[in-house]
Design a protein around this ligand. Sequence first.
Ligand SMILES: Cc1cc2nc3c(=O)[nH]c(=O)nc-3n(C[C@H](O)[C@H](O)[C@H](O)COP(=O)(O)OP(=O)(O)OC[C@H]3O[C@@H](n4cnc5c(N)ncnc54)[C@H](O)[C@@H]3O)c2cc1C
Ligand code: SF4
Length: 517
Amino acid sequence: MTENYDVIIIGTGAGGGTLAHALADSGKNILLLERGDFLPRELDNWDPKPVFVTGKYISKDTWFDRDGKPFQPQVHYVVGGATKMYGAALYRLRPGDFGEIKHVDGISPAWPLTYDDFEPWYSAAERLYQVHGNGGEDPTEGPRSEPYPWPAVSHEPRLQQISDKLAKGRYHPFHAPCGILLNEADRPRSTCIRCATCDGYPCMVHAKADAEVIAVRPLLGRSNVTLLTRAEVTRLQTDDSGRTVTGVVVSRDGNREVYRGDIVVVSAGAANSAKLLLNSATDRHPNGLANGSDQVGRNYMFHNSRAISALSKEPNDTVYQKTLGVNDFYFATKDYEYPMGNVQMVGKSNAEAMRGEKPDLTWFAPEWSLTDVAKHSVDWWLTTEDLPVPENRVTLDKDGNIHLTYSPTNLEEHDRLYEELKKILNHTGMAAHHVFRKNFYADMDIPLAGCAHQAGTCRFGTDPATSVLDTNCMAHELDNLYVVDTSFFPSIGAVNPALTAMANALRVGDHIRQRIT
Ligand SMILES: Cc1cc2nc3c(=O)[nH]c(=O)nc-3n(C[C@H](O)[C@H](O)[C@H](O)COP(=O)(O)OP(=O)(O)OC[C@H]3O[C@@H](n4cnc5c(N)ncnc54)[C@H](O)[C@@H]3O)c2cc1C
Ligand code: SF4
């Protein structure tokens, strides 16, 4: 079977789903190919055991690390992609992130575009994804052309207390930008019920601003948009010149299908997009499609992340905890010449998930049960930028399996950030020795498995010798191939990546729309 579309988009996550939304009212025929299915709405959505302990919603894929050791990556093949599980912390990169930054282990390179280039698209993405926030609180934030579309999600009393204590000290706490459909002014009619099972869980009531709910579902009745689920793209075919993608090969329910699109957009997530291009080698593209520069698959990044639970005698009754951020260490400080990163909250600990994590608690609180620990813990998430290193890369073995070679960078900065968090804890009345590392959704014992923030395998740039994509995210070496997931990031900054992928998809969508209409 061969069908022809104006645009084919592969993947329905932050990049692909948002792009489809941007193009839908062009009237052009759009085909969305998604490897997964719709994530079922069921009680398990909000049950920590299936979500964190048995990994019900994680793909069954096996990937391999640099030593050939197999692991199960924490990737999610569903309509909406990783955004179905995400914490919906929708941050803009800081203006400085678009320039060159000196880190302890090297240089984070400049982007070919500036914050000002992205700003209108960030505003548009915040509007689309209904981001709640309060501009101007965080000194590292860039200028905004419009305020957040929704007021910041309020702190619950324990978090307000912590925020007040931080503000009284030398810190600049801010309300974290959240993509949840919460209307605090009208709670009876609010779609979001402000629950404790948000960060890392799918939203059972479809109140999370994820790519399925916000971008894909609203398109389903349209005659010009077709969504095929359980449709895994295995290969892209090109014409004899090698300049045009002519066929998108799909494996669907055991059948091989081929679709044609005037424009083909890959948005399968950083590792899988690289896999697809590498798997599509031809005589014209012997190292993989669009890979004359040998950059496809390289520069894989996914952040240095650490989840920390801190205990105090005071109980923490917070339900929705992800409301606070601190960026005082985001860039170099007077005490340390390198950036350390972002401090934010993570979803509230609960005993059931901790049972899966098996933290070693007995040494500091032998008399406390896991339920006590969960009740008293305040849970933090630390993120430090990792560098785009060419040797950190996705490659394929002869059977097409992903091998991920990764060595961390900037660990000194990350350790420094942890030391700063300990000071924060002391300052806010949580003794720094009452902390423990949580595995939560990024399993720290198998760092590669926690590839939630994967990025960078097809970076964009102006030089075809050192980048895969041009500044419109079109492959330098092809005339109708684009990539719009987090693959395009030349560096990752230290804030969560999804809003940048969404904003970029809107930006690229505008370019594609001009091209096809
Ligand atoms: C638990 C968790 C929490 C997170 N929290 C946050 C957060 O709070 N804030 C934030 O900014 N980011 C967060 N992230 C990261 C964020 O979700 C990702 O950065 C973002 O979704 C990446 O978008 P993408 O388009 O690159 O990939 P994805 O959103 O993963 O989309 C890729 C899509 O492609 C599909 N696909 C893959 N291969 C194929 C193929 N061969 N054929 C067809 N389809 C294919 C996948 O099924 C998927 O739907 C979190 C991620 C996780 C997992
Ligand atoms: S907090 Fe709101 S968006 Fe998040 S899971 Fe609960 S209801 Fe859904």
